[in-house]
Design a protein around this ligand. Structure first.
Ligand SMILES: [Zn+2]
Ligand SMILES: [Zn+2]
Length: 357
């Protein structure tokens, strides 16, 4: 038994870089030497507010690394395999799990919130919670499997067909992946809506057929022009923002499918006129939660490994805001206290786990 370095949350606004016991893989588990872990939006209130489940805790659930050791009975992985972490551990017993709706399980565990995660040199996970990827896929990409699967799950929530028009509201990481999946599966038009010109440019670099700045007065007219006045066959809301949620109702075509992927953060009210779009257009509205399907963890995860490898699913360096050594993890959480500072994903580098300066 040895020790390892980790970023340990001891209390609100108290995350320390320190030694803890290195975990040992039990039966059916694998020990992963962590490379990169993305800081998720959900991690921020677990450090800077009161969302942490218990103390001390080790967060981190969007990660990549290499299998170091396998426990008894592990057959699908071996030491040296490059893997992406799958954070959800569903109960596999409840009715939702029996149907393969793992995201809906109420008796789940979660790596990096309910059990120790990957803001550490090592993490132990069940065999099924490590998805292998090939050498062509970088460890940086490995840390983006989770957001890429969340985006694909959104497409799987609607009866998606190629040859149609798709609106993506919000040009963040999830939006960029939704847009790319829409293209991969044959969208005729995939249009990104955002307020940041740089995000719209990035969208087009990654294959969007157009980008529309919703700060422009005539943006709705621009959008309608792209669809010959019909509106969009599919609308994916990825920002969780009141304005974009209402916009989704307006952009939808007759008989469209509208899917809310973004997580809402505020109460929202609709005027009669806004709401009755759903009646008048007879569109179908649904939501999407996490990224799992049967067989666990699901097609979403296999598809990301596959399409990252072929290059059809593109990764842009601008997805990464900064790489931060594990030793400096407290600094990274400090930056979130000033809104607008962190532009993109912070990756914690677990291999740089010793103070150098
Ligand atoms: Zn997350
Ligand atoms: Zn369950």
């Amino acid at each position: 038994m040895g020790n390892m370095k980790a970023g340990v949350v001891h209390a609100r606004e108290d995350i320390r870089f320190e030694d803890i016991e290195k975990p040992v893989p039990g039966e059916g588990q694998v020990l992963i030497k962590v490379k990169y872990t993305g800081i998720c939006g959900s991690d921020v209130p677990r450090v800077n507010a009161d969302a942490c489940h218990f103390f001390p805790n080790v967060l981190g659930h969007e990660f990549s690394g290499t299998v170091e050791e396998t426990g008894k009975g592990v057959v699908s992985l071996k030491a040296g395999d490059r893997v992406a972490g799958v954070p959800l551990i569903p109960c596999m017993i409840c009715e939702d799990c029996q149907k393969g709706n793992y995201s809906l399980c109420k008796h789940y565990s979660f790596i990096g919130s309910r059990e120790f995660g990957s803001f550490a040199e090592y993490v132990v996970v069940p065999e099924k919670n490590a998805v292998k990827f090939d050498d062509e896929v970088s460890f940086e990409q490995g840390a983006f499997f989770e957001p890429a699967t969340v985006a694909l799950h959104g497409l799987k929530r609607v009866p998606y067909e190629g040859g149609k028009t798709v609106a993506i509201l919000g040009g963040g990481t999830i939006g960029m992946f939704v847009m790319q999946w829409a293209k991969i599966f044959g969208a005729a038009e995939a249009v990104v809506f955002d307020i940041e010109p740089s995000r719209l440019e990035l969208g087009q670099r990654l294959g969007a057929t157009a980008g529309i700045n919703t700060l422009e007065k005539d943006f709705m007219a621009q959008a309608m022009e792209l669809t010959e006045g019909r509106g969009f066959d599919y609308v994916f809301e990825t920002a969780g923002n009141t304005i974009t949620m209402k916009m989704a109702f307006e952009l939808a075509a007759n008989k469209a499918n509208v899917c809310f992927v973004g997580t809402p953060t505020k109460d929202l009210s609709f005027s009669v006129k806004e709401w009755e779009n759903m009646n008048r257009k007879e569109f179908t509205l649904t939501g999407s939660w996490m990224s799992y399907s049967a067989p666990f963890p699901g097609q979403e995860w296999k598809a990301v490994a596959h399409y990252f490898k072929t290059g059809a699913l593109k990764f842009d360096e601008s997805f990464i805001y900064k790489k931060v050594p594990l030793a400096k993890i407290a600094d990274a959480f400090e930056w979130y206290k000033t809104p607008g500072t962190v532009k993109g994903k912070i990756l914690i580098d677990s291999e740089q786990s010793y103070e150098t300066a």
